[in-house]
Structures are given as structure tokens and as C-alpha cells.
Design a protein around this ligand. Sequence first.
Ligand SMILES: C[S@@+](CC[C@H](N)C(=O)[O-])C[C@H]1O[C@@H](n2cnc3c(N)ncnc32)[C@H](O)[C@@H]1O
Length: 300
Amino acid sequence: MLLTLLIRALTNVNCSDIHLSTSHHKKWFAVWSMSKYLMENEEESLRLEMKTENRITEQQAKWAGLKPGMRVADIGCGTGKTTAHLHHMVQPSGEAVGIDSSQERIEYAKENYGHTGTRFSCHDISAPLDSIGKFDFIWVRFFLEYHRSKSFDIVKSLTEILKPGGILCLIDLDYNCMNHYGQSKRLKKALKEVIELLEKNADFDPYIGIKLYSYLYDQDYENINVHLSSHHLIYGELNETDSFNWTTKVEVAGKNSGYGFEEYDGGYEEFFEEFKNFFNDPRRFTYTPIISCRGVKPSS
Ligand SMILES: C[S@@+](CC[C@H](N)C(=O)[O-])C[C@H]1O[C@@H](n2cnc3c(N)ncnc32)[C@H](O)[C@@H]1O
């Protein structure tokens, strides 16, 4: 019991779906590192709220085929802002359910978006999904990137809870956080090493975007469509949202990676200072491709 409480405190994962018996105690660190959400920090809800734009969600969901009356699942719903907008789009008579393993974000979602009629459930997607019912449309945006080793299996298990004829919409980034021009050689090296460590140790997938089409293809989805555009396209003066988003991303990822920052005499602190200066410089050029894939589950 004590062990379970400790793990919950460390991971900020507090769902009833997680049960660890003492017989598993030797594996607790492995469980912790695989279940911990890479971006976990006390300002994560604020970061997600700031960077999420209903206008973009609406464009992507319409493109994917979201229609009034549908029952929608939003996998890894974060603060619920996106779920509430999807809920709004399926009215009248539709319903959106936001699912996230963070008790804290589910509480935030209920408090801030519960009044809209949107439903929220604290659930770890790696656990069995039978209890959440079947859906006409499943939305998976900025989620698979945190589950490199399990992403294909997650898509497989989501297919199980999609009704025949239902739509699966996968949206994620490619070369995530990797395309910058204008940084010093040592900053470029440090950022590359941080990402490589996160791939190995935190199950992060900076190249998930390019895989999405094959995930739908391999599961026999029909009428697959793909859309490619830029998620970040940053040049010139930095706006407040990009500044907060990127500073938090690099700070949290840099610390969580466990990288030593040997290029810097002042270690992590000096690295982070250099990153902020580079990113604030209007000469910097940064972009991240976003790939959206949607397909229809065969009826038979
Ligand atoms: C980047 S946020 C998602 C943003 C949101 N989907 C959107 O489109 O704006 C990723 C979310 O996935 C959740 N998450 C990570 N692993 C999870 C898991 N195994 N089961 C459920 N939720 C998970 C995190 O708690 C976090 O809130």
C-alpha cells in the first residue's frame, strides 16, 4: 500500500486502474519510468491550455469527418479544452468523453469544462478499455509521441473500442523539437543528445508522425486520408505562447532526460540560458511538421 502511494505521488498518476502488489516491488522503478508522463510538471495544465486553439481543433476534426450525433473519445485529453470543443461540435445529441491518466488534469477538466456536458474519465490507456464503451470517432492527438514502444499496440486496442464504420484520427508531430536553425554547435549537440536519451529512457518518439499512416494501413482501415502541415513555424519576434511552451518543453525535457550537459562548464543551467537566448533571438528559425491521418474501421 505504501509503495503504491509512493509511486502515485511520484508519477502523479492516481487512477483506480493502477494496482501494484508488493510482489511487483522490484519492478517499481520500471513501472514508474514507463508510466510517468514525460511532460509532467506543476505548470502542465497551463501549458496545455495556452497552446490549444479551438480553431485548429475544429479544422482538424472537420477534416477527419467529425459529425453531430457522434460519440467521441479524446485519448490523453489533458485539461479537457479539446474534448469540450469536440463535444460542442457533435451537438445535438452527440457526446465526447475525455480520457487521461492524470487525476490532476481530470479534476481540472471537470471543474473547467464539466458544465458543458462533456464527460471525463481518469483511465490509463495501457489498462483494459472495456469499461469506457464503444465510440463512433476516436481522437488521438499529441499522445502517441509519449509511447514509442507501445504506440502500435495502443492503436490496436483503440480499434477494439471503435464501432465498425467509425473513424480513428491520429495526429502527431514528426522530427519533434528537432528543426532549428541558428543555434551554436554545442546547443545543437545537447538538444540532439537530450532527445536521444528521451527516446531510450522515457519512451518518447520524436518521429511518430511518419508512422501513423502505416498504423492505419496495417489495421486494415479504409478511406485513409493524410494531411501534412506545420505545427510550429517560428521566425522573428517570439510570441508569449511559443515562448512559454518552448521554454517549459526544453526545461522539463532537459531535466528529465538525465543528460550531463558536458559541453557546458555551468552544466544544465548554462545550457538552458543559452537555449532561451537562442530562442528569443528573432534570427532563429524553427518548424515542426504535423501529420494527421484518419481512416474508417471496416464494417465487417
Ligand atoms: C500533450 S497532452 C495531450 C493533449 C491533447 N490530446 C490535445 O490534443 O491537445 C498528453 C496527455 O496524455 C496523458 N497521458 C499520457 N500517458 C497516458 C496514458 N497511458 N493513459 C492516459 N493518458 C495518458 C497525459 O497525462 C497528458 O495529459
